[in-house]
Design a protein around this ligand. Structure first.
Ligand code: SF4
Length: 322
């Protein structure tokens, strides 16, 4: 179904001529300096699972700290990839696969060690895309040179970088450990290396109003991000943010109506060319404390689509570049 925004599925269908393409997610155990080495305690919303895919977290539990400062053994990572390939081929009849280093900060090691890791992983199949999720302050030119070396005519290389907000005060309150200028610099160098950029942002009613979120979208436009993942705030167990609000007895999350309005407004301000890879977070029930009132993601996206339809909106219709 055609949405009123630039969906990831449309992007993939066009790029790969309608062939079925799916991600294979990897947890290489690279951890995150914002939780570990620098002892900053992590982002206020982070529960110490490092964005690990649900199927790679078989024993869900409250993690007080990240599990590992070191890479997992190569045999473990290779097994994850092989299992993932088997799964997407069986479950989705995948014809093509993308290799996705999803968990933690996947450039959190010396370039030489990363090369060994990426080389080994890319040998397991003919991946059409290498996707590396990380922080903007972990992207040295040496690491970007390495990532650029994996680009071929048949393989794209994407960097997924966390921004969350373009407001430095919000970033400080979140405990992100970097500012907006750091992100802008990383974005410029990612593009200079011929890599694609997907930016993660979060709707943060705890600290920001809608105008602030629109400013983040404008910043993402200025950084010429190729794609975006927009997350609604999910309060999960084991986070500082939850602790802050627990004693107040109320939670800073949007109502469904407010979320639908906010998502539609943000899409209207997002440049038309940016691919929307995600518009809503999904969280396992055992971790989620709030919001609990949202229906199924598919239904929520339907409501956002209808909202835009009713106003005659398309992605980018309110963007500065129109
Ligand atoms: S950068 Fe990611 S893994 Fe690190 S503390 Fe923040 S959310 Fe958690």
């Amino acid at each position: 179904m055609k949405r009123h925004w630039n969906t990831y599925s449309d992007y993939l269908a066009e790029k790969y001529g309608g062939r079925r393409v799916y991600r294979v997610s990897v947890d290489a155990g690279l951890s995150c300096p914002n939780r570990d080495a620098l002892g900053r305690g992590g982002c206020a919303f982070c529960d110490g699972t490092g964005g690990t895919a649900v199927h790679l977290r078989p024993q869900e539990k409250d993690l007080k700290e990240s599990q590992s400062l070191l890479l997992k053994p190569e045999s473990d990572i290779a097994a994850q990839i092989d299992r993932g390939l088997k799964y997407i081929r069986y479950r989705y009849k995948a014809e093509l696969a993308m290799l996705y280093f999803q968990s933690w900060s996947n450039t959190n090691a010396p370039a030489g060690r990363l090369k060994k890791l990426y080389d080994m992983a890319l040998e397991r199949a003919d991946f059409v895309s290498l996707i590396v999720s990380t922080r903007p302050d972990l992207l040295s030119d040496e690491v970007l040179d390495l990532l650029a070396s994996y680009r071929t005519d048949k393989r794209e290389v994407w960097v997924e970088a966390g921004l969350q907000s373009a407001d430095d005060d919000t970033l400080r309150r979140l405990g992100r450990g970097h500012d907006a200028a750091c992100f802008a610099d990383a974005a410029q160098r990612i593009h200079a290396h011929g890599l694609k950029l997907c930016t993660h942002m979060m709707i943060l009613p705890c600290y920001e109003n809608l105008e602030k979120s629109i400013e983040t979208i404008r910043f993402i436009n200025r950084c010429a991000s190729d794609a975006v993942k927009i997350h609604n705030l999910c309060l999960t167990r084991g986070t500082r943010l939850l602790d802050d609000y627990k004693s107040l007895g109320c939670y800073p999350v949007l109502s469904l109506e407010r979320f639908v309005h906010t998502a539609a407004v943000l899409l209207a301000h997002l440049d038309r060319s940016v691919v929307v890879e995600r518009l809503m977070s999904e969280m396992t029930a055992s971790r989620l404390v709030n919001p609990l009132h949202f229906p199924d993601k598919r239904d929520v996206l339907e409501l956002v689509d209808l909202y835009m339809e009713n106003r005659g909106w398309q992605q980018g219709c309110l963007s500065d570049s129109i």
